[in-house]
Write a protein that binds this ligand. Structure first.
Ligand SMILES: Nc1nc2c(ncn2[C@@H]2O[C@H](COP(=O)(O)OP(=O)(O)OP(=O)(O)O)[C@@H](O)[C@H]2O)c(=O)[nH]1
Ligand SMILES: [Mg+2]
Length: 228
């Protein structure tokens, strides 16, 4: 009985979150803000690849960028993004292991003084390969990172995240010569078994490899999903 009640409460919370996420997504699409949720384990390279994506977008003449930096604590990543001259809002979840819609709405409202929209808005989600998969953050596109040093077999251990995203970004591929047990073919096969439509990019934020292809894809997603 107790157990059933707990499950029902979780269902209700997720349903309310999904409803708010749909409304947020629709409002952003209408104003031309393309919103991308970036998920991965701690240290996989989320902030670093965001900085590489931002640099590539700027090279292509896209200037209107914003980042919501979610962390349990600290402003370290938000400051890195600000130092790159990009609008950023720090979202401290105070120990909560995922981001929910109420948090996204408050963070978005906190971009005080901004034009109220961005060409691209990114969320760096909490470093966690488990809980964020369950929570729709109102993004138009969800991506996850898996860095080479973490090992290819995380696809076997954390399948819900691989099933939930539109793209898998394999990062730190400059480590491939050192990690000869990283089985890229098996990773791709297992990931596509979970998610047949999955887009896969092999990148290194250190060397820049794969970043232009990733940004091509983000631009095509933007064109397909938001106005203007
Ligand atoms: N060699 C190499 N190192 C990388 C690459 N991307 C990130 N790093 C390094 O990996 C470390 C962690 O990178 P971050 O970007 O801070 O990772 P994160 O996922 O944002 O970390 P948290 O926000 O703490 O969860 C840093 O020392 C980066 O310099 C890469 O492509 N190659
Ligand atoms: Mg980070």
């Amino acid at each position: 009985m107790e157990e059933r009640r707990v499950i029902e409460v979780k269902k209700n919370i997720l349903a309310a979150n999904d409803e708010a996420a749909d409304a947020f997504r629709a409002a952003r699409a209408e104003e031309g803000t393309f919103f991308v949720d970036v998920m991965a384990s701690p240290g996989a390279g989320k902030t670093t690849i965001l900085l590489a994506i931002i640099a590539e977008l700027r090279r292509r003449g896209v200037a209107d960028l914003g980042v919501i930096e979610a962390d349990l604590e600290s402003d370290v990543d938000a400051l890195k993004i600000k130092e790159a001259g990009v609008a950023s809002v720090e979202l401290n979840t105070r120990g909560v292991c995922h981001v929910e819609m109420g948090m996204v709405e408050r963070a978005f409202a906190a971009f005080a003084g901004a034009a109220g929209r961005f060409d691209y808005l990114f969320l760096e989600n909490i470093g966690n390969l488990v809980c964020p998969a369950d929570f729709d953050t109102g993004a138009h596109t969800r991506v996850m990172l898996l860095s080479v040093p973490e090992g290819w077999d995380k696809v076997m251990k954390y399948p819900p995240m691989f099933a939930a995203v539109d793209a898998l970004i394999v990062t730190k591929c400059d480590y491939l010569p050192l990690n000869d047990d990283f089985d890229m073919d098996r990773l791709k096969t297992e990931a596509r078994r979970l998610n047949p439509d999955l887009n896969i990019f092999v990148t290194s934020a250190r060397t820049g490899e794969g970043v232009p292809d990733l940004v091509d894809w983000l631009q095509s997603q933007r064109a397909a999903k938001v106005q203007g």
